[in-house]
Design a protein around this ligand. Structure first.
Ligand code: BG6
Length: 493
């Protein structure tokens, strides 16, 4: 039953038209997000959800799938009924191809409510973005109030990303385009801005004078699942670093915007991306590692190698990448940002660790090493902030100290339902707030830097280091050979 929540802002009536409307992303993320917000009582005005399918629509199958993705606990008949009711409000429309006559039915339905804003969600391969945008425009379905939401991968290089953008911008202007990076919708990621800019404590020490290094890790225990074809053309660098990890880096490294407005925030992120030091033939060999998983065991279960997963004899695609990156600006001079991500790692966890420098002078008699302070921001699976500080061990023995963490667990402090990233992002689209979406110039700057990695890898023919599924990744394997950054910094803090 939907209920009213006083923290909820109202917004105009809308149509949301999901292309790829019976696909995995739509069922797994988009409709559940809309369902939850509907349940929270956020849709006070009229709305209509339209799922575009290429095949003949099958409503019964669709509702069944939706129930499955909404993970209703067994026996919860009330929930099942609510989902069924919600699913019944979703209209399935077949659009076979991008010719005008395929859009006749959709036009008719949209024109029934001409005052609604139209939100087009392209949950399809990016090769379809341009043709769909053109067909919508040619069918007269794009107006000043229309918006388009696009999902990654937005190209596989700077030029292909620009080409996609050009096609879309023939139908939509920049202020109508919402480029989703779901990491920006995660509560803990948004909290980064609050942590930095609503507390006086940290920002004072947020620079190269006080910080030794910053580590951004997104480890996954999953493999490539059913996305072999897509993944083998992208790899960890394009799938994760180009978007999610660089966005996290931006939020950690950017200057405070003067107000929390979309372009102010995006201007600051853009400056960070443009300050990233390009990798060269020389630095790529010392400052990056790429790897690929072999067979192994995760949580007691045997899992396949990457090559078995993608059913190929060989592939140069990396499933792990680690990069020592630098932001060449005043604040971050020579502070390494370690970016790491991998599939089939020992466990799933994402975190940002800010490692502070040692105190300038140790006054204590034992001269035992004073561990550095650390601020650990755990993004998932738990949401937590830890501030690790040296603390006196009570009792006799003089000044003995050890690192102890002050912990803030989100689940202890905030008891409400923890919303999924897509909820916040979709609601922001409806409301017209672009703060958490990438602007085209940000995307270009991210691609420019990423190409410095891909081009350098290509020119030195950098090989993957194999690592066993269920391990900490290639860091373990090169222990001894390279005692520096990769081995010391990879493991969980
Ligand atoms: C997606 C990547 O963008 O993010 C996937 O394409 C990855 O390969 C996923 O598994 C990780 O997202 P999350 O929210 O589970 O960390």
């Amino acid at each position: 039953m939907s209920k009213k929540n006083k923290n909820i802002e109202e917004f105009d009536s809308f149509h949301i038209v999901v292309f790829g409307g019976d696909g995995d992303l739509a069922l797994r993320k988009i409709y559940p997000a809309l369902f939850h917000r509907h349940q929270d009582g956020q849709f006070s005005k009229d709305f209509k959800i339209i799922a575009i399918t290429r095949k003949e629509p099958n409503k019964t199958l669709f509702s069944r799938e939706l129930i499955k993705f909404l993970k209703v606990s067994e026996g919860d008949q009330t929930k099942v009924e609510e989902i069924e009711k919600f699913a019944n409000q979703i209209e399935l429309i077949q659009v076979e191809n991008q010719e005008a006559k395929s859009y006749v039915h959709l036009s008719k339905v949209l024109n029934e409510n001409p005052h609604y804003q139209h939100i087009y969600y392209f949950s399809t391969p990016s090769s379809a973005f341009g043709p769909i945008a053109r067909a919508l425009k040619d069918s007269g379905l794009v107006n000043e109030k229309s918006k388009v939401v696009i999902e990654k991968p937005l190209g596989h290089s700077l030029s292909s990303s620009n080409a996609i953008n050009e096609e879309i911008s023939e139908a939509f202007k920049e202020h109508q385009i919402y480029r989703i990076d779901h990491y920006l919708g995660k509560e803990t990621v948004q909290n980064l801005m609050v942590l930095r800019f609503a507390n006086n404590l940290f920002e004072r020490a947020w620079d190269s004078e006080h910080i030794e290094n910053i580590q951004i890790t997104v480890a996954e225990s999953l493999g490539v699942e059913k996305r072999a074809a897509y993944y083998d053309n992208s790899g960890a660098l394009l799938d994760m670093v180009q978007n999610h990890l660089l966005q996290l880096l931006c939020l950690v490294a950017m200057e405070p915007p003067s107000v929390l407005e979309a372009d102010e925030v995006r201007n600051e992120k853009l400056k960070v991306l443009r300050s990233l030091r390009p990798l060269t033939k020389k630095s790529v060999q010392t400052d990056t590692v790429k790897g690929q998983y072999t067979r192994g065991t995760i949580k007691g279960e045997q899992v396949n190698s990457y090559l078995e997963d993608i059913e190929k004899y060989q592939s140069k695609t990396e499933t792990f990448v680690a990069i020592k990156a630098y932001v060449d600006n005043w604040r971050w001079k020579n502070v390494p940002f370690y970016l790491r991500t991998g599939k089939r790692m020992i466990k799933r966890y994402s975190e940002i660790v800010i490692n502070f420098k040692e105190v300038r002078h140790n006054i204590f008699p034992s001269k035992e090493k004073l561990n550095n302070n650390k601020l650990i921001i755990r993004l998932q699976p738990e949401e937590r902030i830890e501030l690790v500080q040296m603390t006196k061990v009570p009792g006799p023995g003089g000044y003995r100290y050890k690192p102890v963490a002050l912990k803030l667990d989100y689940s202890d402090s905030f008891k409400d339902r923890f919303p999924e990233a897509y909820e916040r992002l979709i609601i922001d689209v409806i409301r017209g707030n672009q703060t958490l979406f990438m602007r085209q110039d940000e995307l270009q700057a991210a691609w420019t830097w990423i190409e410095s990695v891909t081009e350098s890898w290509k020119s030195v023919n950098q090989a993957n280091i194999l690592y066993e599924a269920g391990s900490w990744g290639p860091g373990d394997l090169i222990l001894g050979e390279d005692e520096s950054w990769i081995t010391k910094t990879w493991k969980e803090q």
